[in-house]
Design a protein around this ligand. Structure first.
Ligand code: FE2
Length: 376
């Protein structure tokens, strides 16, 4: 299968994955479905960067999910319930908290059962309300980091809950501010800045969450350099859960479509985050994170520094910026796979960007990519 950004989808391509559209479990499009223009129009309105379609040149590529679709749906339903209960009543019932604790434990259990945790581009994107989808993503990304840092299951459960509820304080923010498509005023930002403490205090009053979970929620907007909020904590003054949530939160926010901008690709966001090590992010946490996400997901077309377009075949966990890629010969009929990390002969060869939108001159290669007629 090959990954195609939504803007490059064309009629006749065949879906290589189910696209879950509705929180109740209805699948809008299923694997094997031939894309029609009205489906493409719908996909372009969803918060997804792209989809996987069938391709002969990439028939051997497999995408491993870190979480089952069933658990994702259960989590989204629980998050939705707890957020709406909280916004209606301003407090939480034992039942709602019990339910979310239960799904967060399932999330951890499911992730721990995976042989390898490497989060893919579209795994965490969907059509649901951004707040709920974002809560799920932050929990999954945080747990992936926690696993890499060697957390035990109890700590991972606490961390998952912290991720799912990190923004629950936002229910008190007026919708006009929360969904404002333009830049917030200073006054509006001051209101937004209250949500970590708001969430912390209200959950604390419910007496149903561990202190580490609560401290993570309270500190998820702190920055290593002390310029975050609410307490302007520095370095290790910031609770570890807060440092983890900060990385997961920013990564998911920047890779998601928002009313005021389009989501960026993982590699671009990763570059940005690496540039902010020890400014915004904790180095050890970021290193664990970088081993958990695919900077260039398998199935993605990339352009190389020698001008060629290549297909990402497999990620190297040691360095996801340098995956195994499939490059094509001049006539496009044959290919060879290059391991950009392990094969020293290619250490000067770098990925310079996405391969989409570049003119691919080889007609044979185009013919080999069944269902995809044109990438330009
Ligand atoms: Fe937040």
């Amino acid at each position: 299968m090959i990954f195609v950004p939504v803007d490059f989808l064309e009629e006749g391509m065949i879906l290589a994955q189910d696209i879950n559209f509705d929180i109740g479990g209805m699948s809008l499009l299923t694997k094997g479905q031939v894309l029609k223009q009205n489906y493409i129009d719908k996909l372009q309105t969803m918060n997804i960067t792209g989809v996987y379609v069938e391709s002969k040149i990439a028939a051997d590529i497999e995408i491993n999910q870190v979480l089952s679709e069933k658990i994702k749906k259960d989590i989204l339903i629980s998050v939705k319930n707890i957020f709406s209960e909280f916004s209606r009543t301003n407090k939480l019932t034992v039942g709602a908290v019990g339910l979310i604790k239960n799904v967060s434990e399932k999330l951890v259990f499911d992730m721990l059962s995976r042989e390898k945790i490497l989060i893919n581009l579209i795994e965490l994107k969907g059509h649901d309300d951004y707040t709920y989808q974002h809560s799920l993503s932050v929990a999954v990304l945080s747990v992936a980091i926690g696993i890499k840092l060697g957390f035990n299951e109890e700590n991972l459960n606490n961390l998952a809950l912290s991720g799912l509820l990190h923004d629950i304080g936002k229910v008190s923010i007026p919708k006009e501010i929360l969904n404002k498509p333009s830049r917030l005023t200073t006054e509006e930002f001051e209101i937004v800045k209250k949500h970590p403490e708001d969430g912390f205090l209200k959950l604390k009053n419910s007496n149903m969450c561990s202190i580490v979970t609560l401290m993570g929620i309270e500190s998820h907007h702190e920055k290593i350099n002390g310029k975050g909020y609410p307490k302007k904590l520095k370095g290790e003054q910031i609770p570890l859960f807060g440092r983890i949530l900060a990385v997961a939160d920013v990564y998911d926010a920047l890779t998601s479509d928002r009313p005021y901008r389009k989501g960026s690709f993982p590699s671009e966001v990763i570059e940005y985050m690496m540039g902010n090590t020890d400014i915004h992010f904790d180095q050890e946490v970021l290193t664990a994170f970088l081993k958990s996400v695919a900077a260039y997901p398998a199935g993605m077309l990339v352009s190389l520094s020698d001008g060629r377009v290549a297909l990402v075949i497999k990620n190297n966990e040691e360095n996801t910026m340098r995956p195994v890629v499939r490059v094509f010969n001049e006539d496009g009929s044959q290919y060879s796979d290059i391991d950009l990390f392990h094969d020293k002969r290619y250490h000067n060869l770098t990925i310079t960007g996405m391969g989409y939108g570049k003119e691919i001159t080889s007609s044979t290669m185009m013919n080999n990519v069944c269902e995809i007629n044109d990438f330009t």
